[in-house]
Design a protein around this ligand. Structure first.
Ligand SMILES: [Mg+2]
Length: 339
């Protein structure tokens, strides 16, 4: 198929082309794309805004990331921050920088993923920008959401006896990324191993097409449980739990044997001789929610939240931040990304 040069359309026609099928369905969207600014009306609710910048070569590699998945993941990265405030995302703005090697059809694919995520999470795409780039692709995503003032959960609300809770499992996306990197080296002829992706569908999906934990936020609203503090785990549990502790002015104890790790994550970690627990602590890209709740919520948490594990508890700031190993050793918790 003949690909369409972006220059043949020009910026304004490209934007018109990309947004032609965009429809707004949220009551809070008064005016979406097509004017100088979107107009939003949130009435009595508080408005929440969060932005993420994704750079080719730093945050994603297009050798193994399909553009449609990248579009979907960019939206998830943006709205995960809104859910982490116990709020509901309603609108997104998407800005894309594209170098000469991309065609109109490529940007269409990226938008396909963005639109799929919008349909999945009930979001309106209400604006953005498209501009030429000298250095590959750049994606800026801004998410806007709402919540009643009394429902908003900050990182700072944790109390020193609160339970520390985590949705889903950790380290899977990081292991998916390791697998994709390994297969890329095979493809480039830098390794004599055969490509092998079978049996690792789950970790690949966790890296390529993550989901934001809307389901947990909805369930917590339904059972009337409001966390005391919350953060989304995007940079790795170790780093993100320390943010929560610092802002809540608390210490923490995390029991390593309680860290939820999927079997595929363990299997991949074994294959490439990485410690799965280290990946769980420092991997990143998990998009799970880490939150605290009073001890009195223990039964409710156990009974009503199937996908949530209690991995530890907060304590007095003077007691510091420590991991407890299965044989009862304590190890100081440090944020140590892989890069
Ligand atoms: Mg965040």
């Amino acid at each position: 198929m003949q690909k369409t040069d972006i220059a043949s359309l020009g910026k304004f026609n490209l934007i018109a082309h990309l947004t032609a099928t965009v429809e707004c369905t949220q009551p809070s969207t008064v005016r979406g794309t097509g004017d100088d600014a979107a107009v939003l009306h949130y009435g009595q609710a508080e408005t929440l805004v969060s932005t993420e910048l994704l750079l080719e070569g730093i945050h994603f590699n297009l050798t193994y990331t399909p553009l449609k998945h990248l579009g979907y993941k960019a939206v998830v990265a943006g709205i995960s921050n809104i859910y982490a405030m116990n709020a509901t995302p309603r609108q997104i703005l998407l800005s894309v920088g594209v170098s000469k090697r991309f065609f109109v059809e490529d940007i269409d694919e990226l938008y396909d993923g963005v639109k799929t995520a919008c349909a999945q999470y009930g979001l309106d795409l209400v604006g953005g920008d498209t501009t030429p780039s000298m250095t590959g692709m750049t994606i800026g995503i801004t998410a806007i959401g709402e919540a009643p003032k009394e429902k908003i959960v900050y990182r700072s609300g944790g109390k020193k006896t609160d339970l520390l809770c985590l949705t889903g499992n950790l380290g899977a996306a990081y292991m998916g990324l390791q697998l994709l990197e390994r297969e890329t080296r095979v493809f480039d002829g830098q390794s004599d191993k055969q490509p092998q992706l079978q049996g690792f569908e789950y970790i690949l999906e966790r890296y390529l097409k993550p989901e934001a934990r809307k389901d947990i936020i909805d369930t917590m609203a339904a059972i009337n449980l409001t966390p005391t503090a919350m953060i989304d785990v995007s940079d790795g549990l170790a780093s993100d739990v320390l943010h929560l502790c610092r802002q809540s002015q608390c210490g923490v104890r995390i029991y390593l044997e309680r860290l939820p790790i999927a079997s595929e994550t363990f299997r991949m970690a074994d294959e490439i001789h990485i410690d799965a627990v280290t990946a769980a602590l420092n991997g990143g890209d998990d998009y799970e929610l880490l939150f605290t709740a009073p001890l009195s919520c223990y039964d409710t948490l156990r009974k009503e939240l199937q996908n949530v594990d209690i991995i530890g508890h907060l304590c007095d700031a003077s007691e510091g931040a420590f991991l407890i190993t299965p044989d009862n050793q304590t190890v100081e918790l440090r944020a140590q990304g892989w890069k």
